[in-house]
Design a binder for this molecule. Structure first.
Ligand code: 2P0
Length: 401
């Protein structure tokens, strides 16, 4: 049977140790290792349906319902051709038992991908989108082994979305990029008390995309060189240890320093890259005030290439953080429209804490909405039309060190 169909979902992720800069553009190899938390797919995910049939005459791709040109997208092309050749190689090694897989690998595919979060909101969708594409094709063609080096070539951060929990993308040393892979350092069940608020702020400004932005930084920033040579490795160890020991204040400190250094490096780019806006800084002020008032680091912000914030906190503090966001950033939205995702109850911090925080509200509607979420699992196979695909080995890499 050569008509096959799979539907998969893949999560987004938020970087704790940031990836910014490539040592090889062609193979999409990073200048430094990075570390992320996978976000729960109940709240942020890409869903991809892939079908293949001998009757299809061309590969087709629909993104949120809009037809995309595959010939003009070298990253998609790379992902498609590398998974197909992995399927053929595997088929040849396995002999007659995989003739079907070899045949299917040379058929054209119809791919349709959607996000359950607005792409227009500027939330990273390339990580979840490429992870879903690569994971889905891997399932469709029964490809075994680590697919993170293929996802990496779609979008660097996508290799981290092939796993749940806390994921390291090790930069690797090989010239061909074969050891530049993503692997899980702790599963999503490891630290269930963690909560993450994705704060979507209003922003009309056009920004330079990550790929172009980081290339400009590599070419012009001396601070990036310092960061790569002297900063990242130590922070990686601190962050991994803090996750292992569930030491929130230490992790919070690294998360905020990493975010701040990413944006310092962006400003050190010539001409400078400015991804944060005034609201981003207001959110940073709110987090620092809260931490000072409670006497330890109980919340942490991090920003990628845009003004939207991700706040990390723990379950025991989440209700107070929600209260602060709602009261410092008034909006015309109802509570239920403002707070999406996991249900959250707001509770005011105790009086002694409130007295230390500047509670003067900013003007209205600076924040569009907040997605309340947590650390989640890796890609899921939702459905397929061939039960053999269900039992195909996991296509995600094994944990390294
Ligand atoms: C990260 N970002 O570690 C960093 C922090 C944005 C800021 O990975 O060129 O879309 O496709 O490899 O993965 C965004 O960059 O870039 C990113 P490409 P990608 O999450």
């Amino acid at each position: 049977m050569s008509d096959r169909f799979v539907e998969v979902t893949a999560p987004s992720n938020i970087a704790i140790i940031k990836y910014w800069g490539k040592r090889c553009v062609d193979l999409n190899l990073p200048l430094n290792s990075s570390l992320s938390a996978t976000l729960c797919q109940d709240h942020l995910k890409s869903t991809t349906k892939i079908s293949t049939s001998p009757r299809l005459t061309d590969d087709e791709l629909l993104l949120n319902g809009c037809k995309q040109s595959i010939p003009q997208n070298s990253r998609i092309q790379k992902c498609l051709s590398q998974i197909r050749s992995a399927a053929r190689m595997q088929g040849i090694r396995q002999g007659n038992s995989s003739l079907d897989d070899i045949k299917v690998a040379s058929q054209k595919m119809k791919i349709s991908s959607t996000n359950n979060f607005p792409t227009a909101a500027g939330l990273a969708s390339s990580a979840s989108g490429y992870a879903a594409l690569v994971f889905g094709m891997g399932k469709l063609l029964s490809v075994k082994g680590d697919l993170t080096p293929i996802a990496r070539q779609g979008s660097g951060s996508a290799c981290r979305s092939l796993h749940g929990g806390f994921v390291k993308w090790q930069m690797g040393k090989e010239e061909d990029g074969s050891d530049s892979t993503g692997y899980q350092i702790a599963p999503e069940t490891h630290w269930e008390e963690l909560r993450i608020f994705v704060i979507v702020v209003n922003d009309m400004r056009k920004k330079v995309g990550s790929t172009a932005g980081m290339q400009l930084t590599v070419e012009t920033s001396t601070l990036l060189k310092h960061r790569v040579e002297h900063v990242v490795e130590g922070r990686m160890k601190t962050a991994c240890d803090a996750i292992k020991n569930k030491d929130f204040p230490t992790l919070a400190d690294v998360i905020m320093r990493e975010s701040n250094q990413l944006h310092a490096v962006c400003l050190d780019t010539n001409p400078p890259l400015r991804y944060l806006n005034d609201v981003s800084f207001m959110i940073m002020d709110m987090v620092h005030s809260y931490n000072t008032a409670v006497g330890s680091l109980q919340a942490a912000y991090t920003f990628d290439a845009g003004p939207n914030a991700c706040l990390f906190t723990t379950k025991s503090r989440a209700n107070e953080i929600a209260w602060l966001i709602r009261n410092l950033f008034p909006t015309d939205s109802s509570d239920s429209d403002f707070f999406r995702g996991m249900s959250v109850t707001m509770s005011a911090p105790k009086t002694s804490v409130m007295q230390m925080i500047d509670l003067n509200a900013y003007s209205s509607n600076m924040i569009k909405y907040v997605i309340c979420t947590k650390v989640g699992d890796g890609p899921r196979l939702v459905s397929c039309n061939d039960t053999r695909l269900l039992s195909c080995n996991d296509t995600r890499g094994d944990a390294a060190d």
